[in-house]
Design a protein around this ligand. Structure first.
Ligand code: ATP
Length: 344
């Protein structure tokens, strides 16, 4: 078993190999070792890794390495070219090959970084969802990045931020050609799959600063382009753009998402969620449906989901009357079928 540092080194090497290999063209381990100036042994160990198989690296019968499909590599220049000039000057985009979590990296450095810093990773080894849950992002098959945005208005004014961000990402996906992208309160992007909803992407927002006064938000976004065998690691129904018949480069998708984020975040900083409430409610996946809100597996509230209000709260009609749900720490699911009333 390789140690943690060795495993990390192998992941870095894997990304370098993917950048160097050409799809459909077998290459010997020795040749690749020469190109990358690393020992052949190190290259030879990589194909056994799950991440290498997910990315399409196979060994041929004669021991050469073959990349089954082109690696959609992140490329700063391609992102910059796809961004309109106004958005280009808003963002300072950095690409890393491997990191634990782009959100964690930006949170750690937020105080000394400018608003608009973007960190996008080829691979996150400890991608996070809410409450420390894992976010899986298969190498080359996912867009995972974080954006630092500074707000003057204090943490209390950011309660609806994840909803505004969800809307921006959904709009970008529309422009990419995705049909039927809907939103789940407070932070998921869903599409229909097999008569149910499946998660296409997620948003994790972390905020540091006082409840009034300047604060910074780190906005983490994960979007599935091609989950492949990585889908097996996810413990709920997931979807990817490939399932929607879309093949899009990650650079192009990143540019589209950033362009919409720039517009939405500026408007949100000035006017909050109010201008977006109607549009959010039009994309509300559970509008008019019975839902159950739970925490730590315990069901807390059941009711009919009506929509969101300008503070980002979810409005529910419950048997005890209307209810506003503000805690983003709750998980929302379609409620189980109603039990039939007992016949007298
Ligand atoms: P819930 O989905 O229960 O409402 P949540 O919105 O808080 O919770 P997140 O924290 O946003 O969920 O995301 C983490 C969860 O998402 C994981 O526990 C897993 O179930 C699921 N997940 C992880 N990676 C992916 C992925 N690439 N695509 C879709 N779903 C994923």
């Amino acid at each position: 078993m390789p140690g943690p540092q060795q495993a990390l080194d192998s992941l870095h090497l894997l990304v370098r190999m993917l950048r160097a290999m050409e799809a459909g063209k077998p290459v010997t381990i020795a040749a690749l070792a020469r190109t990358l100036a690393v020992p052949a042994d190190a290259i030879g160990a990589v194909p056994a890794m799950r991440e290498a198989a997910d990315a399409g690296i196979n060994r041929t019968a004669s021991g050469e390495l073959l990349l089954a499909r082109a690696f959609d590599k992140l490329d700063l220049q391609a992102v910059a070219q796809a961004l309109p000039p106004a958005a280009r000057s808003t963002f300072d985009i950095h690409v890393v090959d491997v990191t634990a979590s782009t959100n964690a990296d930006l949170m750690a450095a937020a105080a000394r970084l400018p608003s608009g810093r973007v960190l996008v990773a080829e691979l996150q080894t400890a991608g996070r969802g809410r409450r420390g849950r894992a976010w899986h992002a298969p190498l080359g098959g996912s867009l995972a990045f974080s954006l630092l945005w500074k707000f003057a208005g204090g943490a209390a004014s950011l309660s609806g931020l994840s909803l505004a961000v969800g809307l921006a990402v959904a709009r970008a996906l529309d422009r990419c050609g995705a049909v039927g992208v809907m939103l789940k309160w407070p932070n998921d992007l869903l599409v229909r799959r097999d008569a149910g909803w499946a998660k296409l992407g997620g948003i994790l927002i972390e905020i540091a600063g006082p409840s009034s006064g300047p604060v910074h938000a780190v906005i983490g976004i994960g979007l599935n382009l091609r989950l492949g065998s990585g889908a097996a690691l996810i413990d709920q129904r997931a979807a990817d753009l490939e399932l929607l018949g879309l093949v899009v480069s990650r650079n192009h998708l990143l540019a589209l998402v950033l362009e919409d984020l720039a517009l939405v975040l500026r408007s949100f900083a000035a006017d909050g969620l109010a201008p977006f409430v109607a549009q959010w409610n039009l994309r509300h996946a559970f509008a008019g449906q019975r839902v159950a809100m739970s925490a730590e597996g315990a069901m807390l509230i059941e009711g009919v989901a009506l929509g969101v209000d300008p503070d980002g709260a979810l409005l529910l009609e419950t048997p005890n009357g209307p209810r506003r749900v503000t805690s983003g720490e709750l998980s929302l699911r379609a409620a189980p079928m109603l039990r039939r009333c007992q016949e007298p």
